[in-house]
Design a protein around this ligand. Structure first.
Ligand SMILES: [Zn+2]
Length: 223
């Protein structure tokens, strides 16, 4: 797992499995926010990076873009060691607590990788709130309760699986893992609204000025 500073406050931690998987550490005046939980194998290098790269500063909260297994993997061990809330959109919470199962192809086959979290470890995001300098935006489609997080000061959107990024190009989320592609593409219009300088995707990287590519992306889908 490698770490790269994307903006003043935002770091990416990424690994390869077989797609690149990215999580983010966001620095704030009072500590750190972890956005997404990646894969189980990411916990030990993350723990080491917290001690070294991030100087032992505390993780104050964990924010989830959504609850697919490749976005929560390290959280089982992390929350054993660190007492911190996992926050997700309220629609996504039943999928994390085991009351509901994802139904898309990959989700169906991977639900076995999603061990339910105890309900007292999960909290709903306040969608009008601000967390570690970021504002959550409900961006449904890939999953029902998918959220993207925007850091207005750094002008970076942590997009989760709202998009993918291939060699700096904005691409749709992976179809077979996406509950409703049309809705997800509509949610993607958030890049026109927010005009982020950088859009960081869980798979496989960062896109500059995503709004310039968004219209083409939608057209390609409808052709
Ligand atoms: Zn996903």
């Amino acid at each position: 797992m490698k770490f790269k500073q994307l903006t003043r406050h935002v770091w990416a931690g990424y690994t390869y499995w077989p797609l690149p998987v990215m999580v983010w550490i966001v620095e704030d005046h009072d500590g750190l926010t972890l956005v997404d939980g990646g894969l189980p194998s990411m916990w030990y290098p993350m723990r080491e990076a917290l001690r070294t790269t991030f100087g032992g500063r505390p993780i104050n909260r964990i924010l989830l873009t959504h609850g697919h297994s490749d976005h929560i993997g390290m959280l089982y061990e992390l929350t054993e060691e660190i007492s911190v809330a996992i926050m997700a959109h309220e629609i996504e919470i039943p999928f994390l607590s085991g009351e509901k199962s994802y139904t898309t192809l990959r989700e169906g086959s991977k639900n076995k990788d999603i061990k339910p979290f105890p309900k007292n470890k999960i909290e709903p995001l306040e969608m009008k709130g601000s967390y570690g300098g970021m504002i959550p935006y409900h961006t449904p489609g890939h999953s029902l309760g998918h959220v993207a997080f925007y850091h207005p000061e750094d002008r970076i959107l942590l997009a989760g699986d709202l998009f993918t990024a291939i060699f700096g190009k904005l691409r749709r989320p992976i179809e077979k893992f996406t509950a409703n592609m049309e809705e997800s593409l509509q949610s993607g219009a958030i890049v026109n609204r927010l005009q982020p300088k950088l859009t960081a995707c869980s798979h496989c990287g960062v896109v500059k000025e995503a709004s310039l590519q968004y219209c083409k992306l939608v057209k390609d889908q409808t052709n």
